[in-house]
Design a protein. Structure first.
Length: 194
């Protein structure tokens, strides 16, 4: 039986585009986006994988995920917007202390000038992103593409009509979400500080 490549060619293309992007607009309704994960949270995500990774593969995947965060520290980092659905912030993959560490990490990242973090609240009756996570990317040559996440990987979306639909969804998600300051306040409440 052939082994499935952990990072198929099309997923690798999404990663390469992410590394070079001028702007990223990231939406997730399942887990904290990779660029915002603490090491412990990244490990927990890979520990919950089915079928289970070996310790070695889990460590490699975690290291790769953490390496991707270097995008945030480029000399000229991309402008990045994150929209993360509130249940993701309440999903407790870690013990109380490590969960709080992840929430504090999110709050610290939200304070950076080139990052905008917004949360669509759980109690809203409208939600434009129920179909799943995706990322919009602006390439160095000002082209817009998207990577759509699914169970076994990512799909590169370059068709302008499809990218436009995802851009419309992202715009609606931002409109439905709390503003950046209210998002920081929500993180404080989840941490029990307010």
């Amino acid at each position: 039986m052939p082994e499935i490549d952990l990072i198929p060619a099309w997923a690798e293309e999404c990663l390469n585009l992410e590394r070079e992007a001028l702007a990223l607009s990231w939406y997730d309704n399942q887990v904290v986006p990779g660029l915002l994960r603490t090491e412990r949270y990244a490990e927990a995500v890979f520990r919950n994988r089915v079928p289970v990774f070996s310790e070695e593969k889990a460590a490699l995947q975690t290291a790769g995920r953490l390496e991707r965060r270097e995008i945030l520290h480029r000399p000229e980092p991309p402008t990045i917007g994150f929209v993360v659905w509130e249940p993701v912030l309440m999903l407790q993959l870690l013990d109380d202390e490590r969960h709080a560490e992840q929430l504090r990490h999110l709050r610290a990242r939200a304070a950076l000038p080139d990052i905008c973090l917004q949360v669509p609240p759980l109690n809203h009756r409208t939600h434009a992103g129920l179909d799943g996570p995706f990322t919009l990317l602006e390439t160095p040559d000002y082209q817009r593409v998207a990577c759509s996440e699914f169970q076994r990987g990512s799909l590169l979306v370059s068709d302008p009509d499809e990218v436009s639909i995802l851009a419309q969804k992202y715009a609606m998600l931002r409109a439905q979400a709390l503003g950046p300051e209210d998002t920081v306040g929500l993180l404080g409440r989840l941490l029990g500080e307010q």
